[in-house]
Design a protein around this ligand. Structure first.
Ligand code: FAD
Length: 126
C-alpha cells in the first residue's frame, strides 16, 4: 500500500506534534511513531516550562544561565532562539489547548526559581 503525503513526521512528542500542527496548514501530514501515539517523554514532563515573562528577568540572563549550566556543550545560536521565543511558544501551546496549572481564579501559576545569573526564573507547572 502506498500513501502520498506532503509531510511525514516521525515522532508524536511535543516537537513532532507542534511541527505537524503547523505543517497541516500547508498540506497533508502523516505522523509515524513508536509504541502508542501518546507514549513520549512529553507525556511524562511535569515540572514546568521555563520562559522569560517579566522584569527583572531578562532573555540575556536566561541565555547566560543556560550556557553556564551547559558547560560548553550548548549551541549558543539554538539557545538564543529557544529562549528568545520562549513566551511565544508557551502562548502557542496554550492556544492549542495545553493544560497548565491555574489558581482558583483561573490564572496560570508561575513559580519563581533562582538561576546562576537570573534573579527570577519563571516556570509554568504542567
Ligand atoms: C519524567 C520526565 C519529566 C520531565 N520533565 C520536564 C519538565 O518538567 N520540563 C521540561 O522542559 N522537560 C521535561 N522533561 C523533558 C521533556 O519531556 C523532553 O525534553 C521533551 O518532551 C522532548 O520532546 P520531543 O518531542 O523532542 O521528544 P519526545 O516527547 O520524547 O517524543 C519523541 C517521539 O518520537 C517517537 N520515536 C522515537 N523513536 C522513534 C522511532 N525509531 N520511530 C518512530 N518514532 C519514534 C517516540 O515514540 C515519541 O513519540 C521531562 C522528561 C521526563 C522523561
Amino acid at each position: 500500500m502506498s500513501n502520498k503525503v506532503d509531510f511525514l513526521v516521525i515522532g508524536s512528542g511535543i516537537a513532532g506534534l507542534s511541527f505537524a500542527l503547523k505543517a497541516a496548514q500547508k498540506g497533508t501530514v502523516h505522523i509515524i511513531t513508536k509504541a502508542t501515539e501518546d507514549e513520549s517523554n512529553t507525556k511524562y514532563a511535569q515540572g514546568g516550562i521555563a520562559g522569560v515573562t517579566y522584569a527583572p528577568d531578562s532573555f540575556e540572563k536566561h541565555i547566560q544561565d543556560t550556557l553556564s549550566c551547559g558547560d560548553g556543550l550548548c549551541n549558543e545560536k539554538i539557545v538564543r532562539i529557544v529562549i528568545n521565543e520562549s513566551r511565544q511558544r508557551i502562548d502557542e501551546l496554550i492556544a492549542w489547548g495545553a493544560s497548565f496549572d491555574k489558581d482558583q481564579k483561573e490564572i496560570l501559576i508561575w513559580q519563581k526559581k533562582v538561576g546562576i545569573v537570573s534573579i527570577v526564573y519563571c516556570i509554568i507547572k504542567i
